[in-house]
Every structure is written in structure tokens, then in C-alpha cells.
Design a protein around this ligand. Sequence first.
Ligand code: CA
Length: 226
Amino acid sequence: MRILVVEDDPKTGEYLKRGLTENGFVVDVVHDGIDGKFYATTGDYQLVILDVGLPKMDGWKVVADIRRQKDTPVLFLTARDKVEDRVKGLELGADDYLVKPFAFSELLARIRTVLRRGKAVEPEVVRVSDLELDLPRHRAFRAGHRIDLTAKEFTLLALFMRRAGEVLSRTFIAEQVWDMNFDSDTNVVEVAVKRLRAKVDDPFEQKLIHTIRGVGYVLEDRAAQS
Ligand code: CA
């Protein structure tokens, strides 16, 4: 799940990025309205968190422009607490409106609600063979044993499991699991997959993550196919 944060205050931007990353989201932060509009309309984000008071172009204009092109959910996060502002935000096409200062737990709850709305509800637990991922609780199990994963490993495994049976290229994985500052020339994806395999596959006889030479990786239960 990728989230774009449009926030000109560097401290708030960093705080959001850290908190959301810890919760398994991939987060890009931009600091003005023009960049916000550009990334929101050209990038592949599941949610935009948008400030109102922004340099170059305010959040009202940004949401109106996004709405002309895309239906990506938008959550306003702003210090403006007047009823007229809330109404204006929602009328312009925002999906929710949260006033600063905010509790991080409330932000997370609002994000989950916005992401659920109008969509097929994602199953909370995904299974492939004896590997099980409990998405809301951030837990992974193999053959009934809990596997300890870092936040990044969890995000990577969730991507593999949501798209089980699909071959995922290294570039695609990099885009979905790392933010836009990620240097795709590095072998970070390979290293991360190796670490994940060490936990998920190495202790077990049946391997689930397979390398597709020259392309990328696929997670699948090959025993079930034969
Ligand atoms: Ca601001």
C-alpha cells in the first residue's frame, strides 16, 4: 500500500512517514502543492494525505485537480478546524478530514476506513500452503510457528502473498515496497528477498518463494499444482 503525503512542515512530514512506515505502508512525502498534484495524478498511490496550507498551490486546488483525473482517496490533514473548511474539503472530493493536532491511532483508523470504503474488503488473513499472514495484526506464521519479521519484510511478504502465483519483477517490487527515494540500481530487492527467504523458506522443506531467472520472483505453492 503506497501513500502520498503532501505536507510542507518537515517535522510533521517525517513523523507521518515514520509512523505510517512502521505500520506497513510505503510512504512518499512531497512538500508543496504542485509536487502533490503531480505525484498524486501520475503515481500509483492507494491514498493521498493532504495538507491545506501548502506552498505554490493550496490543498483545495490540489484535491480539485486530483478529482478531475483520478478517484484516489484523499484525506485532508490540516489545522483548519472550522466547519466551513471541513464541508469545503469534503465537497471538493476529499474522502475524510482530520484536524491537527491528531492522535496517530485515529489517523490510522481513518486511513483504514477510507481504504475499505467502496472496495472489495481484503481478507484479513492470507494463506499460501502452510504460510499464513495476518494483515491487521502484522503477524506471519509458517506451519503454525510465528515468524518474526521487520516492517519491510512484512510489507514484502504481504506483496508476494497478495499476488501469489504472479511473477513480480524486481522493479515492480522496488516500487511497491520502497519509497521514491529508493535507488533501484542497488541490489536491495535481492538482499531483502534473501533475508525473507531465510525466515520463511530456509527452515522448511517446501520452498514457496521462487526465483524466475532474469525476471524476478514468484511466491506459490508448487506442490499444490502438480
Ligand atoms: Ca501547511
